[in-house]
Design a protein around this ligand. Structure first.
Ligand code: 5GP
Length: 117
């Protein structure tokens, strides 16, 4: 565990404000501060025990399945149930927050409004 809580743990603790769209026992979802798509919501485990999706899949596959289900639920509400689910994994792949999270992106992506995940 890192000594400092991650930025997402601070959101979970209510120390940093966020536009929260879902809040369950093990997950929280909120709008990305720098959206890359018309709908861009992050689904985040409340625990920061896993740095990335590879660690999460090995350590708690049911929590990963919960994240996928929440992504689908969010997409049903915000973009007709159709979405991209992106897990940046590693610095060179664009991961900047090492507290596993899924990017749920949707809304007109087929027209090319998304530059990159
Ligand atoms: P990564 O680059 O690690 O895959 O994704 C981190 C995401 O977290 C980025 O899309 C970034 O915009 C978002 N982000 C970073 N800090 C904050 C914050 O304080 N609040 C919110 N809502 N999003 C954040």
């Amino acid at each position: 565990m890192p000594a400092e809580p991650s930025i997402f743990s601070k959101i979970v603790a209510g120390e940093i404000p966020a536009d929260i769209v879902r809040d369950t026992e093990r997950l929280i979802a909120f709008r990305d501060i720098a959206p890359q798509a018309p709908v861009h919501i992050l689904v985040v485990p409340k625990s920061e025990a896993y740095r990335d999706v590879v660690e999460l899949a090995a350590g708690d596959p049911s929590l990963l399945a919960e994240m996928v289900a929440m992504g689908h639920d969010i997409a049903r509400e915000h973009c007709d149930g159709q979405f991209r689910l992106v897990f940046n994994t590693g610095e060179q792949a664009g991961q900047t927050v090492f507290h596993v999270h899924a990017h749920v992106m949707g809304g007109g992506l087929a027209e090319g409004s998304l530059a990159s995940g």
